[in-house]
Design a binder for this molecule. Structure first.
Ligand SMILES: [Zn+2]
Length: 411
């Protein structure tokens, strides 16, 4: 019954936390804003009520520590982010923070061989500044000093925003953690996809975070009269793009990648003119970095061939890339054992297509993630929803995981 109470409390706290918002009737909470300060003050209070020692770090993350009287191991960090996208749901990030606090509350009387830190990362989404994962980057020692010059929409630099928040821009990252003092990083997060719901499962063990590359392609052919140029004499850029987009889809079906063409523009864009130019984007992801690399090379070669056959030119520009990050095999196994114990069914494994703070924390330590089912996979949207029973399962799993690590890592 005790755990049921915990889930209930987390659901209530999620509602309360969502009130710290810059928008009326919805939730938007960006980095270094009044709402950030208010939400972290509230989290700090809840951390103290859970018996934790609290502090704010150099970049504005909120921490709480369950102190071990006799730590024989490095510190375990549990965390997620407390910032949101614009018009967000209540559970993305925030649920993981609340679960961490409540798990440590439940373990208040248990003596562990390590300190356990729960952290609310102040920026993961990058809603205010044009850069993401600021909070965890500072902790993992990879905060880029250049970011201090980045401006928000009001022309306020990150350095200025840090100072008006009461922090010192020149000290950001000075309290970064290192590998020696960190045992592991655990993160519980909503799935943000439909797989767990489809399988009727409350939670799933994350195998890793997919790597991603993004490209923009520009195809050039020849514009012309829609009535006078014979069909076999055309250099129709849009027809070329269409063939390429379908080739990308069938490539993804046959290989271990997911691909999305989310944007396509046509020039000149008139009903009676043959498209002379077409641009489209490609987002390609895979859990395995080597597959992402080889697939990208193969796909780009295929697109080039299509262009040649159609007498078009194609130019590609890489817009973004992030490395694939595997979750630690030992932590996956421990999560799986805990999930099997708590749910009575074998653990289900799944990859994360979305980026998370764990991706950055892997720079200093092993990462282990657990996903919680969310309704219809809807996320980054006010309709984001989780079941209280699932939150209860996730809480039991996290408590079980901390206990298990205490015994497994002292062996
Ligand atoms: Zn998130």
């Amino acid at each position: 019954m005790k755990m049921e109470d915990g889930a209930n409390k987390i659901m209530r706290q999620s509602e309360q936390l969502a009130l710290f918002s810059s928008m009326q009737g919805g939730l938007t909470r960006a980095y270094l804003t009044l709402e950030h300060a208010q939400a972290h003050q509230q989290l700090g209070t809840w951390m103290q009520q859970a018996g934790l020692e609290t502090w704010q770090d150099s970049v504005g993350n909120q921490w709480g520590r369950k102190v071990s009287a006799n730590p024989t191991l490095a510190t375990l960090i549990i965390g997620s982010h407390s910032d949101t996208v614009s018009n967000a749901g209540k559970y993305d990030g925030n649920l993981g923070v609340l679960l961490g606090i409540e798990a440590l509350h439940a373990l208040a009387d248990v003596e562990l061989p390590f300190h356990v830190d729960v952290v609310a990362f102040a920026d993961e989404e990058g809603t205010r500044f044009n850069t993401t994962l600021i909070g965890s980057s500072s902790v993992a020692g990879c905060f880029q000093p250049d970011w201090l010059k980045v401006k928000d929409k009001q022309d306020v630099t990150m350095a200025e925003a840090l100072e008006s928040f009461g922090l010192q821009a020149n000290l950001v990252g000075s309290d970064a953690r290192n590998a020696q003092e960190t045992l592991a990083y655990l993160e519980v997060h909503i799935e943000q996809g439909p797989v767990l719901e489809e399988r009727d499962l409350a939670v799933g063990v994350v195998t890793g975070i997919a790597g991603a590359k993004r490209y923009q392609f520009t195809l050039k052919g020849m514009a012309g009269h829609a009535g006078t140029v014979p069909i076999d004499m055309r250099q129709d850029a849009l027809c070329g793009a269409a063939e390429m987009i379908l080739a990308i889809e069938s490539y993804a079906i046959q290989h271990d990648v997911v691909t999305t063409v989310g944007k396509c523009d046509v020039l000149p864009g008139a009903v009676n003119v043959i498209p002379g130019e077409a641009t489209f984007t490609l987002d390609i992801r895979s859990l395995k970095q080597h597959i992402l690399e080889s697939s990208t090379v193969e796909l780009l070669a295929q697109l080039k061939k299509i262009a040649q056959r159609r007498n078009l030119t194609v130019q590609s520009e890489q817009l973004y890339q992030a490395q694939a990050v595997p979750c630690d095999p030992k932590l996956q196994k421990l999560w799986a054992e805990v999930v099997a114990t708590e749910t009575g069914t074998p653990a289900f494994y799944l990859a994360s297509g979305a980026g998370h703070d764990a991706m950055v924390m892997t720079q200093i330590t092993d990462i282990g993630m657990l996903f919680v089912r969310c309704e219809k996979g809807i996320s980054h949207h006010p309709r984001e929803q989780v079941l209280q029973d699932d939150v209860g399962v996730a809480l039991d799993c996290l408590i079980g995981m901390i206990n298990k690590m205490a015994s497994e890592y002292t062996k």
